[in-house]
Design a protein around this ligand. Structure first.
Ligand code: ADP
Length: 358
């Protein structure tokens, strides 16, 4: 432990404060005593401790109430609380955990026991903080890296394309083609990473009521060129009932574009893709069905995990990052929808998204 851990002891019996205080100070902890609940709340809010030892039976505000107030305050909500009670008040234990305590120590105190429990919970608390800090750092890093890499890669791609116009054959042409392929790969990874970060962003959704079928027609049209290059036809089979969905139009566009481009990518030339909708009371299911490679059963549970790609030679032969479906799932769930897949290896796949509708 880096800094000396700071422990707040709350007990209305001065003798107990002295016993525990002396015991823990001798172990090298910084200790603050509080003689009642109100004093404890003021002290904890002023400087949140690393851990609190909290007596249950106190006149005025009891330990449970103090605990609840601490848990309701974002500043102190994460501080681990170990309750203290007399041995004969066993029924208190359940309640102590219900209100958010992490452990329970009975009086009379045993030095080794108090010490062991305090150290164990401090260790957990410090690990929790470390994980939180690392997660925040990871998210921030992802955002910065993807943002700041996207532009230079675009510039690089633009110049490569320009040079390719001058060198349409020969050795230089071959090198330029390789350079373009690599930078396209980088660009895809960076923009997928950015999309993951955006999809996970708490605030940025602009939800509006949108008519589903015209939107789907438009989104299918956007993919038709890519499909035609592989001689793949996209059919649209909408339900007879016209419905509206509550979505962020751009994000829904991302969902469909990922599902459709996957269907195109993982379907051999000359295949067929069908987009259908089925309305059922207050929800609508949009299906993207392809006649492509299909997905082995053991891969299905992992498909929506970040970076997962089906580890077969034919799937791997197609370029990808393994992030598209993770993005699709996050976006769909943020719009109160659900997502799923049915697939048979060698026959094709059906990815579906269900959304509440009107
Ligand atoms: P990728 O960028 O690799 O396409 P995705 O997250 O979009 O990543 O998809 C994850 C994996 O799921 C893909 O690598 C592929 O193996 C498999 N997959 C996705 N869509 C299909 C599909 N329509 N047919 C067969 N396999 C698919």
């Amino acid at each position: 432990m880096k800094d000396t851990p700071n422990i707040l002891i709350v007990d209305d019996t001065p003798a107990n404060l002295t016993v525990l205080g002396t015991m823990l100070t001798a172990q090298g902890f910084k200790v603050r005593p509080a003689i009642n609940g109100q004093v404890a709340l003021t002290a904890a809010r002023a400087t949140p401790p690393d851990l609190i030892l909290l007596d249950i039976n106190m006149p005025g505000m009891n330990g449970y109430e103090v605990c609840q107030q601490l848990k309701n305050d974002p500043k102190t909500a994460d501080v681990p609380i170990i309750f203290i009670s007399a041995l004969d008040e066993i029924q208190d234990k359940v309640r102590a955990f219900q209100v958010g305590g992490v452990d329970y120590i009975t009086k009379p105190f045993h030095v080794e026991e108090v010490n062991a429990r305090v150290r164990a919970h401090l260790a957990i608390e410090f690990q929790r903080r470390e994980i939180q800090a690392l997660n925040t750092f990871k998210d921030e890093l992802l955002r910065i890296v993807s943002h700041d890499l996207k532009n230079p890669i675009n510039v690089f791609l633009g110049y490569t394309d320009m040079l390719l116009e001058d060198y349409s054959e020969g050795h230089t042409h071959e090198i330029l083609v390789k350079m373009r392929r690599s930078s396209q790969k980088m660009w895809r990874l960076v923009s997928d990473l950015l999309d993951v970060a955006r999809a996970e962003d708490e605030v940025a959704f602009d939800i509006r009521q949108v008519r589903l079928h015209p939107l789907l027609r438009q989104l299918i049209e956007e993919q038709e060129m890519g499909a035609e290059q592989k001689d793949i036809h996209i059919h649209f089979e909408p339900d007879d009932r016209e419905v509206s969905v509550h979505v962020d139009k751009n994000r829904f566009g991302q969902v469909m574009s990922n599902l459709l481009s996957n269907a195109i990518k993982y379907t051999p030339d000359g295949g067929t893709i069908t987009v259908s909708t089925q309305v059922d009371n207050d929800s609508v299911r949009v299906k993207v069905i392809d006649t492509g490679l299909g997905i082995p059963a053991e891969s299905i549970p992992h498909l929506f995990e970040k970076f997962y790609r089906v580890p077969s030679a034919s799937h791997m032969a197609r370029e990808g990052t393994g992030l598209g479906l993770a993005i699709v799932k996050t976006i769909t769930e943020r719009m109160n929808g659900t997502i799923g897949v049915e697939s048979e290896l060698g026959k094709g796949s059906c990815f579906w998204v269900s959304l509440p509708c009107q």
